[in-house]
Design a protein around this ligand. Structure first.
Ligand code: A3P
Length: 316
């Protein structure tokens, strides 16, 4: 059912689905998804993930990496759980809103596929997988899916630091950006990922957000998210929620700042003492501090080329 080709980077493969003719996402229309770059280990779990049972009351948060997933997970969990700050403070976000395929992409302590399966309902599940590799029942059961995109230049800057801090990447930043422009980094192709969800943005079970829209005025986005979940809160409650979700609050909150996750990962790899903060900068346009003008031009060309024929535009 799946095919897998080695790609230039030695730890990864390029995964595609052989038989797409009956994929419900296609809706009878033509669809040729590009293969997705994933660690080789993923192949041992691809079938299990694709056949993962989906429930109608599930909440799925889907993004390309570094697009504000964690931020969105916390927002969506609190709205769906009627602003239960008590639980949100005591149970780590990663345990309330489980990263489905994490276990298949590296070997952490927990089997995240099983953890996601066994979450109390309504389950909150995070994934970075593209449409073709997500559980196929998503397209027939149609639970709520919140998708978030972010401009690829800020993703590039954020992903570079993530690769260094979490994955232990030791190459140069130029090499990393080259690979990203060639769509050879984990979960690439990047823009195709966004366009698939842009295509289904008007489905009643899909909410399409952008990092920039949230960053420019989160308070204004909250009522839209509440409507999507059929929830109504007072202005004061929404003001408080926006404060709870601000970068500074999430950064000092042990349940959301991923300090524990980063430390565990560094310890596993004997990289204790390295400095990397998951809650890094949280800004729009930080790419200007990371990308040379020539890389900025090349990312702009990449974006223009990949968006050709689409009405989607990145903000920034
Ligand atoms: P930077 O590396 O640019 O700072 P993800 O959760 O998808 O891995 O995304 C991580 C990015 O979202 C990081 O970006 C992180 O700082 C940013 N982020 C996390 N919480 C945020 C918040 N409350 N407000 C703004 N940005 C946030």
């Amino acid at each position: 059912m799946f095919t897998c080709q080695p790609v230039l980077v030695d730890w990864s493969v390029s995964v595609s689905l052989e038989d797409l003719s009956e994929h419900p996402f296609t809706d009878g229309k033509q669809w040729e998804p590009k293969p997705c770059v994933l660690p080789k280990r993923y192949m041992d779990f691809a079938e299990q993930i694709r056949n993962f049972e989906v429930f109608e009351d599930d909440v799925w948060i889907v993004t390309f990496p570094k697009c504000g997933t964690t931020w969105t997970q916390e927002m969506v969990w609190l709205i769906d759980q009627n602003l239960d700050y008590q639980t949100a403070k005591t149970i780590n976000l990663n345990d309330r809103s489980v990263f489905l395929e994490l276990f298949s992409t590296f070997d952490p302590m927990d089997d995240t596929i099983t953890s996601a399966r066994n979450l109390p309902r309504p389950r909150h599940i995070k994934s970075h997988l593209p449409v073709a590799l997500l559980p196929k029942q998503l397209w027939t059961v149609k639970p709520k899916i919140v998708y978030v995109s972010r401009n690829p230049k800020d993703v590039a800057a954020s992903y570079l630091h993530h690769y260094r801090g979490i994955a232990g990447y030791r190459g140069t930043k130029e090499e990393f950006f080259e690979r990203l422009l060639a769509d050879e980094i984990e979960y690439c192709p990047q823009i195709a990922h966004v366009l698939e969800f842009w295509r289904i943005k008007n489905h009643p079970n899909v909410l399409f957000l952008t990092y920039e829209q949230m960053k420019r005025d989160l308070r204004k986005v909250l009522p839209t998210v509440c409507d999507f979940f059929g929830k109504k809160f007072s202005n004061e409650q929404l003001d408080l929620l926006a404060k709870h979700l601000s970068f500074d609050e999430m950064k000092k909150n042990p349940a959301t700042n991923n300090v524990e996750l980063v430390q565990t990962r560094m310890k596993q790899e004997g990289r204790e003492g390295e400095s990397f903060e998951f809650m890094r900068k949280g800004q729009i346009g930080d790419y200007k501090n990371e990308l040379s003008s020539s890389f900025i031009d090349r990312f702009d060309e990449f974006i223009e080329r990949e968006l050709r024929g689409s009405d989607f535009k990145f903000d920034c």
